[in-house]
Design a protein around this ligand. Structure first.
Ligand code: SF4
Length: 212
């Protein structure tokens, strides 16, 4: 079995139901939640999003909102001032350029305030079923440790390497499985190497320090 086959098989066994953990009920809420999740945890976004979506759950309402009010609703998450400004401007763009709909193509998504390649990938794959493989901090770390990419690779290089190795139809699921693997098992500071099914294959130079 090749390295990637073993990784994919193990991820399927460990996290058969991995999926997006940001609470949302429609494309707009998903887009806003992903923008808010930059450099903060999904858990903290899920704490502020119910009230935010209750108050400003459509592009029109968010567009009309007082930015200070948005700030007060999301102030427990990192970079909240910038994010409040961005999601209001983003809603304005949706209303004025996209008939209040979230666009389903990469260029349009990436032109929105606060939306980069990673956010666009998450929205493309989860909202529209368009194969994409978003690379966040977890995906980058575990890809290097599992020998699927190099520690020195850029986010874009990691994305391209993963896309080359992993069948397209698996991209959406593997994205979530790699996040779960990094979030719950191969943690940045305390990886669970002592109970890791991929220990022998892993290239992390400090793994023996975490083996009892
Ligand atoms: Fe991560 Fe440790 Fe498993 Fe390597 S052995 S993949 S560092 S948990």
């Amino acid at each position: 079995m090749t390295r990637i086959e073993e990784v994919l098989r193990t991820l399927d066994e460990m996290f058969p139901n991995a999926n997006v953990e940001l609470n949302h009920t429609n494309h707009f809420e998903l887009l806003i939640a992903v923008v808010l999740s930059a450099q903060t945890t999904d858990v903290s976004v899920n704490k502020v999003s119910p009230e935010l979506f209750k108050r400003f759950g459509t592009p029109e309402k968010m567009d009309q909102a007082d930015v200070k009010e948005i700030e007060s609703l999301i102030q427990s998450i990192g970079l909240y001032r910038n994010k409040a400004k961005n999601i209001k401007m983003l809603a304005h763009e949706l209303v004025t350029k996209y008939h209040s709909e979230v666009p389903s193509n990469r260029d349009a998504l990436e032109s929105l305030p606060g939306v980069g390649r990673k956010t666009a990938n998450v929205v493309l794959s989860n909202a529209f079923g368009i194969p994409a493989l978003a690379v966040d901090t977890h995906v980058a770390r575990v890809s290097a440790r599992l020998g699927l990419a190099s520690k020195t690779d850029s986010v874009l290089e990691i994305e391209h390497k993963l896309m080359k190795k992993i069948p397209k139809e698996r991209w959406q699921k593997v994205h979530h499985q790699l996040i779960f693997f990094g979030r719950y098992h191969c943690l940045a500071r305390s990886p669970k190497c002592d109970q890791c099914p991929l220990y022998d294959l892993c290239k992390y130079e400090d793994k023996s320090n975490y083996k009892k």
